[in-house]
Design a protein around this ligand. Structure first.
Ligand SMILES: [Zn+2]
Length: 505
């Protein structure tokens, strides 16, 4: 017997080591310590492998320059949002997020069902969004210790770790802020908070103080998820209710029960406050659940040998929750996909470019509203803001990619000393189609980039006359006239949109 066992083991080892060269290669390797670098590589692969089914965005940076990633999976109108590794030592939750992305995407591609869920149909109804690693600085510190950080901060990190060189128990980000105590619902009264930056439980001086929490705030507002899951590791329980409204209680309980049944996790009420899903429960009035994936292992990491059990319990639950998100969202109306070209006049520029005062998500949402952007475009716009900051320009090639067909106006020579009641006459090369002349094709903006309603248009063969607005133009002010998409009687549409500014005497 002994001999056979040894023989089998050797055979298995040889077989395993040859796997990566075959086409049956797994895209995610979950039975290892899952690092920030591994995730980064794997995300690149998944993005390539699954076309536009899987999209990967950078949505911000940690204080030590590590990227925060958002992943889109699916094409649905409903939005489910899953995230992992708020807590550094709980990085196995990142492994789970990554395994879900890969498995569900593969199931979509091969049109197979998983746990009774037709994945293709499901991902046509619901888009699942992931932030697989909310706290990459903390994860790096927990896994690699001081080596992953510049020597200038070693003293500070050691102090927050009570002088110990062993960072295995670390939960916080690298500023010693507990990222799951950074959300405003229940923050004031959050229990057991450490008084200053520490390896665990320090809630910071105010909600959303940590950059990572700020990004989570922003992206949650933009996605406005129908259902959220924040993965943690300790104790095989589901926290599901932190002050859920009476009216949402039955819905949220039923959804949590579904997860509980599939994963075998016990449902418990949350009592600490300031956590991500507490905020979801309290502010968004949508289900927000915190599944604790593994057995309680004390003040340290849950190791990869627990992963197969974690996966067995959660792989169908992830799909069940995506299905629930679609039920929750069925009474929501969502923004449509933008397909028409976008003409960038001064007002559009104003809507597109970030201004320093307001939070970036508000600006992305403002642009979404004004320009009728799709959710994906809005996410991309936010990602672009995070990258270019104060130097964002509408000339950036990236913006054209985000918005699709972006068109600028070409300048005509400006006019000065114009009379207050001046009527402009535009002459075209050919006779124009009367129906193609309206306030979307020809319009005037004032120096505040607001529309000035022209009194009326007169169309005569190849000429359009624009009468001045009621009460005329204001003396000394500058206006800009925009002309685009005018159609000739021969069916041809003007190729280059034009703009002309003029100053009133
Ligand atoms: Zn946790």
């Amino acid at each position: 017997m002994k001999k056979i066992t040894i023989y089998l083991m050797i055979f298995t080892l040889v077989f395993l080591s040859s796997v990566p060269t075959t086409s049956a290669k797994q895209n995610i390797q979950p039975y290892q310590t899952y690092t920030y670098e591994t995730m980064k590589e794997d995300l690149k692969d998944l993005d390539k492998l699954y076309g536009d089914l899987v999209e990967v965005y950078t949505i911000g940076k940690t204080p030590y320059g590590r990227d925060l990633y958002l992943v889109k999976l699916g094409y649905g109108k409903a939005n489910a949002f899953y995230n992992g590794s708020h807590h550094a030592r709980e990085w196995i939750t990142t492994t789970l997020n990554m395994k879900m992305i890969d498995t569900y995407a593969k199931s979509y591609q091969t049109d197979t069902s998983l746990g009774g869920y037709a994945v293709k149909d499901l991902l046509h109804k619901t888009t699942i969004w992931f932030v697989p690693m909310v706290n990459p600085d903390g994860v790096a510190l927990q896994q690699k210790g001081l080596n992953a950080f510049p020597s200038s901060v070693h003293k500070e990190l050691l102090a927050m770790n009570d002088g110990s060189n062993n960072f295995k128990r670390w939960k916080a980000n690298a500023q010693g802020i507990d990222l799951n105590r950074q959300y405003p619902v229940g923050w004031e009264t959050a229990s057991k908070s450490h008084p200053d930056p520490h390896w665990k439980n320090y809630k910071g001086t105010k909600p959303f103080e940590a950059e990572e929490a700020k990004v989570m705030r922003d992206i949650t507002h933009i996605l406005n998820p129908d259902l959220s899951l924040a993965y943690h590791t300790a104790g095989r329980v589901l926290y599901w209710n932190f002050g859920v409204d009476q009216g949402d209680l039955a819905r949220d309980r039923a959804i949590s029960q579904k997860y509980s049944t599939l994963a075998g996790y016990r449902m418990v009420h949350t009592n600490s406050g300031a956590g991500y899903t507490d905020w979801i429960n309290g502010v968004f009035d949508k289900p927000g659940i915190t599944p604790e994936l593994g057995t309680y292992v004390g003040e340290t990491e849950v190791t990869p040998d627990q992963f197969s059990e974690i996966w067995r319990r959660n792989k169908h639950a992830g799909l069940a929750m995506a299905a629930e998100a679609s039920n929750v969202s069925s009474n929501n109306t969502n923004v449509k996909d933008r397909r028409e070209p976008l003409y960038v006049d001064e007002a559009v520029k104003d809507a597109l470019l970030p201004h320093s005062s307001a939070p970036l998500y508000k600006q992305a949402q403002k642009a979404q509203g004004q320009l009728n952007l799709s959710l994906e475009q809005t996410v991309e716009l936010y990602s672009w803001y995070q990258k270019c900051g104060n130097s964002c320009s509408v000339k950036d090639a990236e913006l054209k990619e985000i918005l699709g067909d972006v068109r600028g106006f070409s300048d005509m020579k400006s006019k000065s000393n114009v009379k207050q009641d001046h009527a402009w006459t535009i002459t075209f090369e050919t006779d124009v189609h009367r129906d193609s002349i309206d306030k979307e094709n020809i319009y005037i903006l004032n120096d505040q980039n607001q529309r000035v309603s022209a009194e009326r248009f007169e169309v005569n063969e190849n000429q359009v006359v624009i009468r001045p607005p009621k009460g005329n133009y204001q003396s000394g002010k500058t206006y800009t006239l925009y002309v685009k998409d005018v159609e000739g009687l021969d069916g041809k549409v003007m190729k280059t949109p034009v703009q002309m500014s003029f100053t009133i005497r």
